[in-house]
Design a binder for this molecule. Sequence first.
Ligand SMILES: Cc1ncc(COP(=O)(O)O)c(C=O)c1O
Length: 372
Amino acid sequence: MSAQTLDLLETPAAVVDLGRMERNLQRAAEYTAQHGLALRPHVKTHKSPLIAAEQLRLGAVGLTCATPMEAEVMSQVCNDLLVAYPPVGSARAARIARLAERAKVTVALDSERAIADIAAAAKEAGVTVGVYVELDLGMHRVGVPDAASAVALARRVIAEPSLEYRGLAFYPGHVREAVSDQDAALRALSESLGSALDELARADVAPKVVSGGSTPTLWRSHEIKGVTEIRPGTYVFNDRTTAAVGACERDDCALTVLATVVSTAVPGQAVIDAGTKALGREPMRGVEGEGFGALRDRPEVVVARMSEEHGILDLARTDWRPRVGDRVRVIPNHVCIVVHLNDLVYGVRGATVERSWRVEARGRGQLEIASA
Ligand SMILES: Cc1ncc(COP(=O)(O)O)c(C=O)c1O
């Protein structure tokens, strides 16, 4: 269908302000170019080859993915893919390795088992897969705890004929203080990274690429000494958490959930048709803020409670009294989850819906088994 207006869309719907998104993409491209950093955006936020192609057009060196499905879909538009997730298990490793037949593929890993799985899959597929050794610099999720362990893994990778040691990766996801309060955390990161890099160099396994980066630290990435590549994902749309951290302005939040007020029967509240299945149940992580989303045009109104298809707007702090049938736009706390909950996203300029696109890399692309 050709262009139509926002008020005709069925709700709930994920709606992207195209002007805001374009500004977000442009700004990150300019920042990384200015600081000589390679930008390898994480596609988990948009899961769309259309947007990935735009990131590449603006200078991204490649893409970062978390799942085999994301990597497969992105291979339509990109020939340099990082799977920043441990390639453990033969099915996962085989899917990733097969992609190396048509693209440069790199994985991030932190165990001998992961090395064995991806080496075997690469050998089987007759390809070479690159490896970043993952170091934990404070997130405490994945990554070896010290440089000596990173040296040991790098040597194991180098010893595998089907693998190529390409660098070091870390994820500073633990740095969630306000951007202006990140000095100490960034200094600590620089120091631990610096001493790890010295030790890797002494052991003759200096990484060519040092891959880090997140959206909360995006604009201060150049202060983390030693980083050559960054992988922000959320910055494409931003969200309520990103704005609260100060890594974007509220006006940089490009994706909202368009919703309709379906009930005002209970005093003091209004109910919208966006519940957990439209917004996710994401709290504000690490920053101040109640509820599961806030209205774009009335920041004082938050989604205080939810059922699967109901979102309860708390009207205690506003004199706004919506009527049944009114429409609102909710800025979600965590945008990546919202995208993942939708088949389709709409791109708008003002009140005009310019186009829609499918969230092509959502889901897992699992193997189907027919009954015998
Ligand atoms: C390994 C890795 N790199 C990069 C990112 C992107 O970070 P952000 O969501 O802050 O943009 C993530 C996010 O989960 C991640 O897990």
